[in-house]
Every structure is written in structure tokens, then in C-alpha cells.
Design a protein around this ligand. Structure first.
Ligand code: FES
Length: 112
């Protein structure tokens, strides 16, 4: 479930809680008011959150976060993306879209 964040009108959404993020290693929300969202902790700096649009830029499948390899993988044709959405392997040629993510209280807030 996605709520508009604290009445903000700038399209920020609550992607989930910090506890959910740390239990699952990722947060996914489909079709929020700002698009589909995947949030992870930065592999380089776990204090930092990274948020991308998990819609593959090849043909629109939803990419999966591989927490062991620290990359997003597309189940359809095998494209791979880094934690911040850069293309590591084709056939996709464009990076994933990105968002801003921050922690507010116990919640993860994502905005464009
Ligand atoms: Fe992702 Fe083709 S849709 S690699």
C-alpha cells in the first residue's frame, strides 16, 4: 500500500518502512503516483538509499534486485543494471530511471 507522504504535494510517496527494506533487502512498489519504484541500500554506502524505476529500458519487464551480485537483472532478455541503474549488460542500452530516496522517521520516502 502506498500513501502520499505526509500530505506533500510534490509527488513524494512512502515506499515502505526501513524494517521492510532491511528484512527483504529491497522495497518494490508498482504503479505509484510517480511510477514503479525499487529501493535498496547503496552497496558502497549502506547509509545511503538508492531508488530506481525497475522497469527495464529494453522492453519494459520488471527487473529483480540480486543482493548477492549487487545488480538488477531483467528476467526477460538478461539485461543487467548497477545499483544506481547504469547498464552493465545489454540488450538494454539506456539506464534505469532514478528517484531521490530519503529516510523520514521509520519510512522510506521516494520522490522524483
Ligand atoms: Fe529487459 Fe528485454 S525487457 S532485457
Amino acid at each position: 500500500k502506498v500513501d502520499e507522504a505526509f500530505g506533500q504535494s510534490d509527488g513524494a510517496v512512502v515506499a515502505g518502512t526501513i524494517a521492510d527494506l532491511d528484512n527483504a533487502g529491497q522495497l518494490y512498489q508498482d504503479n505509484t503516483s510517480i511510477g514503479s519504484i525499487a529501493v535498496i541500500r547503496s552497496p558502497d554506502n549502506p547509509q545511503k538509499l538508492l531508488a530506481v524505476d525497475p522497469t527495464c529500458t529494453h522492453q519494459g519487464c520488471t527487473v529483480d534486485w540480486d543482493g548477492d551480485k549487487k545488480q538488477f537483472k531483467c528476467p526477460c532478455h538478461g539485461a543487467k543494471f548497477s545499483a544506481n541503474g547504469k547498464v552493465l549488460k545489454g540488450p538494454a542500452s539506456s539506464p534505469l530511471g532514478t528517484y531521490k530516496a530519503k529516510i523520514q522517521g521509520n519510512s522510506v520516502i521516494v520522490s522524483k
